[in-house]
Design a protein around this ligand. Structure first.
Ligand SMILES: Nc1ncnc2c1ncn2[C@@H]1O[C@H](COP(=O)(O)OP(=O)(O)OP(=O)(O)O)[C@@H](O)[C@H]1O
Ligand SMILES: N[C@@H](CCO)C(=O)O
Length: 320
């Protein structure tokens, strides 16, 4: 499991007291996730998630935490950060930036149907609209600049065919980002990592989005593309499952009508979404950090998805 920084019961109890959550009855390591140290913490007042941020800094974190608060206050089901008496929601444990947020109910839907995709699509559009008046700004820290910095570091670990693919795709995405049509895409705060394991369902009903720690201001279309590449693919082949993708897009489009330019660039952004996670998975696999136990995700999954998106681009045509 990915506990990078062990937290003692005493340290958790001191933080819970500061947040007025009552006595801690249980502190349990969370056995998934690869970015942060996470614990479930049960107190007299309820169930929460305690996160020690391993990469994000005290300067970067207010953007994510206040975004979650902003969305929660507008009815989007996301974990709300807990404040101390002074209203502070960013804390410190073992010298690491730390937050305690509400634990969502439900569990992951790892084999989604069109019905699940439809709910994720609709809620994603509502999230984009609800975040429009969020006053803080921070770029997507796993966007194009990060891809350009990171590709050279992973290149030595690739074979010739993979090197060619990643360099060609990076050049394609740089050209796209510099194009006038790209500049017309609507933007705002996006989740940017809304995979199956970052959404909760209670039975077939969506109960929440979480893990906002890759959020940033970027195109709404990139968020849509990241979701399509995870929620609407056959995991064995990386192929898009048309029925799920159409259900996702139609539901999104009902909440916020996508523009003509968005429809046109969707195939290119789906390539961008695949490239982003291919790079980050290569980086996590080949340049790992210390962790008590760490299970890196398989990079070849996103290499396959990227090749598939290039060979078989998918176009969404809204119903007339
Ligand atoms: N607010 C929450 N409510 C309920 N469960 C949560 C919450 N936050 C995290 N979890 C649980 O903890 C697990 C790990 O958390 P998360 O996915 O955020 O890990 P991470 O290391 O921070 O990020 P990543 O997903 O990027 O690896 C989740 O899969 C989920 O089961
Ligand atoms: N969703 C990412 C993990 C980081 O959140 C992946 O599947 O590679």
């Amino acid at each position: 499991m990915a506990v990078f920084t062990p937290v003692s019961l005493d340290a958790a109890a001191a933080l819970a007291a500061r947040l007025n959550l009552g006595a801690v009855t249980e502190l349990k390591e969370i056995s998934s996730g690869i970015e942060n140290t996470n614990y479930f913490i049960t107190t007299e007042r309820g169930e929460y998630v305690l996160t020690l941020f391993e990469r994000l800094t005290f300067e970067q974190l207010p953007f994510y935490l206040y975004l979650m608060k902003h969305l929660a206050q507008r009815g989007i089901p996301v974990p709300e950060p807990q404040a101390d008496a002074a209203g502070e929601i960013l804390h410190s444990v073992e010298g690491k930036p730390t937050a305690v947020v509400d634990k969502l109910t439900g569990s992951h839907q790892l084999a989604p149907s069109a019905l699940h995709c439809e709910q994720v699509g609709a809620m994603l559009a509502r999230l984009h609209l609800a975040a429009r008046d969020y006053p803080r700004s921070q770029p997507n820290l796993r966007g194009l600049s990060w891809w350009c910095e990171t590709v050279p570091a992973v290149l030595p670990h690739l074979d010739a065919g993979q090197r060619q693919l990643i360099e060609d795709e990076l050049a394609f995405q740089q050209g796209l980002a510099a194009s006038p049509v790209y500049a017309t895409l609507p933007r705002g705060p996006i989740h940017a990592d809304l995979f199956r394991d970052n959404v909760m369902f209670d039975g077939d009903r969506l109960t929440g989005f979480f893990d906002f720690y890759f959020a940033g201001v970027d195109t709404w279309l990139f968020d849509i593309a990241v979701c399509l590449n995870d929620w609407c693919v056959d995991l064995d082949t990386g192929r898009l499952v048309e029925e799920r993708a159409s259900a996702f897009m139609a539901a999104y489009n009902r909440e916020r009508e996508i523009t003509h330019h968005e429809s046109r660039l969707l195939p290119a952004l789906m390539r961008a979404g695949a490239l982003r996670f291919w790079i980050s998975r290569l980086w996590d696999l080949h340049l790992p950090r210390e962790a008590q136990v760490l299970k890196p995700h398989d990079p070849t999954h996103f290499e396959r998805i990227l090749r598939e998106r290039i060979t078989n681009p998918w176009h969404y045509v809204p119903d007339a």
